[in-house]
Design a protein around this ligand. Structure first.
Ligand code: CA
Length: 229
């Protein structure tokens, strides 16, 4: 396992947007912290400085702009990249957002895929060696940036669902995941999928992981779910 996974703080008052972001960031292997207002965000940054902050402009109480200004005025927090989210699209606002010291500026509605790319860009700037997060478990290596998986250095072909399943397992080896938890994490709770679907995809994942031989690393835990190792 990598010593420390990059962490992202999501500051967004709209719960649904916050969760979608957190979900996608976790799926990419980041540690995620959430704040729904500026005061909580500033406290969290003080307690555990994240590697990147995704900051909504429109927040109740202290605005995103003001938070950004404060973060960028302190020596201890100045170097944390801030990606500002805003519903405003006028060029003047964009300039104003960047003038407060934000490192990047994304207009809502944004594409999650694009936002994830922007997060990686910011991380690459500050921690060039840890980007392209590699998760390792025994002879399995998963690169969350290139979406490549190898076992014993040989490539393993996975569909997107199997990839996300494996990333979830590799995130916490040994942890027992219930089918419901896997559904939440891999498929997202908004989509109705039968729990048996989980079994089907775990089956495919196991088969793929054994393409070049080796034993099946995904355990079935009776009446509980699945675990890696
Ligand atoms: Ca908002």
């Amino acid at each position: 396992m990598p010593a420390n996974r990059p962490s992202v703080l999501v500051v967004e008052d709209e719960a649904a947007q916050r969760e979608v972001l957190a979900y996608n960031l976790q799926a990419e292997g980041y540690e995620v912290a959430r704040a729904e207002n500026g005061d909580d965000a500033l406290l969290l940054v003080e307690e555990a400085p994240p590697d990147v902050i995704i900051l909504d402009w429109m927040l109740p109480g202290v605005s995103g702009i003001e938070i950004c200004r404060r973060l960028k005025s302190r020596t201890e927090t100045r170097s944390i990249p801030v990606i500002m989210l805003s519903a405003r699209s006028e060029e003047g606002d964009r300039v104003r957002g960047l003038e407060t010291g934000a490192d990047d500026y994304v207009v809502k509605p944004y594409s999650v895929v694009e936002l994830m790319a922007r997060v990686r860009t910011q991380l690459r700037r500050i921690r060039p060696t840890t980007v392209g997060m590699r998760l390792e478990f025994e002879d399995i290596v998963l690169d969350s940036e290139t979406h490549k998986v190898t076992r014993n250095s040989k490539p393993i072909k996975l569909g997107p669902t199997e990839f996300r399943l494996l990333a979830t397992f590799m995130d916490k080896p040994g942890r027992v995941w219930s089918r419901e938890q896997l559904l939440d994490r891999v498929w997202g709770r908004d989509i109705y999928v039968d729990t048996r679907t989980v079994d089907v995809h775990v089956g495919r994942l196991r088969k793929a992981l054994c393409t070049h031989g080796g034993s099946n690393p995904v355990r079935t835990v009776r009446s509980a779910g699945y675990a890696l190792g």
